[in-house]
Design a protein around this ligand. Structure first.
Ligand code: ADP
Ligand code: ASP
Ligand code: MG
Length: 422
């Protein structure tokens, strides 16, 4: 007998028919003798719909109230799945974030899980009840509902798996594993049998939304065994234990598997960034700190940063990116600080995309970045900003060129599968 956490994403939960399919997958795992906790997302499109309502209500909405609204999508699907399981003859109940509780910090809309009280949950699972947990939601120190950032149900699943000491955390989604790039953009993307935590962390952080970044970091830290697999399987398909999805492994495990390391593991695109340019910022010590201090205090993450070569008269332009969802807030904050920072104009552009190539092989090979720049230049794609880490190179380009850039790079690094059916 194993203790398993099964997580189902939005597409898998979209409508009664699909929820029934999910219930069947869950029931079969329990029938195989396992203790099962299920973490669910809201129905596909529901969270976007709720976010829109918030924006319409108040473009500068209060994140605490945003959480009240957007957490509701998962409440609905958790109740529906519990009911559907009961209709199949299983014992099941839902456990809302505040009921367990899943305790988080107070950073509304992007809260971090601090602690999960799993005692009652474990007792109910041991008594043969399937625990159905809405992903994405938690409870702050002062008793308010929080959410974990978009895609946060993955993190809920890994955190629950760590808290109950699960043997496995299976992330069921609408693709059958992690690919070299989004298979919806590149038909020739190849499925990876294994990917290391480090690579997956980097891929997720630059836009491979198949797993939320924090879920990977947490799995790495807590040693949770995560696999990504498809929920779109027939009722008589192989049990999940034998499904060939993608397993996230440690570096050492990968060595043991004797896999041949590719230079580049994957390519990711992120259209959710926005660019801000502040023109004619005074070129003196402390100027940059005046810009980024208030953004950090407001919990706005700054990603790529370029400080241009100084202009005449001791001035410089500063370009950087922030999450698209925070653009308006960032702009408002910076405008309020115009005098203190001393910039001339603020220019924003939400129509940008960040394209990244990721691979541990990069640590020991030169020339990865130049291959990228050359391949993009050959297609006339202009690079607006660049950033690098030990295992990643990212560039900022026009959003309209996203798909083209990803395809071009996928070929440039020889990642294309032999046939389109792969
Ligand atoms: P869920 O609703 O199940 O959480 P998501 O939409 O968050 O699913 O993530 C699954 C999607 O991630 C896939 O449909 C696919 O388009 C996208 N994706 C992006 N990059 C990759 C990748 N490298 N491998 C697999 N899927 C990817
Ligand atoms: N429903 C949330 C979202 O769409 C959380 C999740 O699906 O993981 O971001
Ligand atoms: Mg997701």
């Amino acid at each position: 007998m194993a203790r398993i956490v099964m997580k189902f994403g939005g597409t898998s939960m979209a409508g009664s028919e699909r929820i029934r399919r999910v219930a069947n997958i869950v029931r079969r795992q329990q029938a195989a003798g396992h203790e099962v906790a299920v973490v669910v997302s809201a129905m596909a499109g529901e969270t976007d719909r709720l976010v829109n309502f918030c924006r319409e209500a108040n473009p500068l909405y209060d994140p605490a109230e945003y959480d009240v609204v957007v957490a509701s999508g998962e409440q609905v699907t958790s109740g529906l799945l519990a009911m559907t399981l009961q209709a199949l003859g299983c014992k099941a109940r839902s456990w809302l974030g505040w009921q367990m509780p899943i305790r988080t910090d107070d950073a509304h809309a992007k809260a971090r899980i601090e602690d999960i009280d799993s005692q009652a949950l474990l007792a109910s699972m041991a008594a043969g009840e399937i625990a159905v947990i809405p992903g994405f939601q938690g409870l702050s120190h002062d008793g308010r509902v929080t959410t974990l950032g978009r895609g946060g149900s993955d993190t809920s699943a890994v955190a629950v798996a760590a808290a109950i000491g699960a043997d496995r955390c299976d992330i069921y989604t609408d693709v059958d594993g992690v690919y070299t790039t989004d298979p919806r953009i590149v038909a020739k993307a190849r499925k990876l049998k294994y990917v290391t935590y480090e690579e997956m962390l980097e891929l997720a952080s630059v836009g491979s939304k198949v797993l939320q970044t924090r879920s990977v970091g947490l799995a790495m830290k807590e040693g949770v065994r995560v696999q990504v697999l498809s929920s779109f399987i027939d009722d008589d398909a192989t049990p999940a234990d034998e499904i060939p999805g993608t397993l996230i492994v440690s570096d050492d495990e990968l060595e043991g598997l004797d896999m041949e390391r590719q230079l580049i593991t994957g390519i990711a695109a992120d259209k959710n960034e926005a660019k801000i340019i502040l023109t004619r910022v005074p070129d003196r010590p402390g100027a940059v700190a005046t810009i980024f201090g208030p953004l950090a205090a407001a919990n706005i993450n700054v990603d790529m940063i370029i400080q241009n070569v100084g202009r005449d008269k001791g001035e410089t332009d500063v370009t950087f990116t922030v999450p698209g969802a925070d653009l308006l807030r960032a702009q408002t904050l910076l405008e309020a600080q115009k005098e203190a920072i001393g910039f001339n104009r603020i220019i924003t552009d939400g129509k940008v995309a960040k394209i990244s190539v990721v691979g541990v092989g990069m640590k020991s090979h030169a020339g990865v970045a130049s291959t990228m720049f050359r391949a993009l230049a050959d297609r006339g794609i202009n690079i607006q900003a660049i950033s690098t880490s030990e295992i990643k190179v990212s560039v900022l380009i026009d959003e309209d060129e996203t798909e083209l850039a990803v395809r071009v790079l996928h070929s440039a690094y020889d990642l294309d599968a032999e046939s389109e059916a792969a």
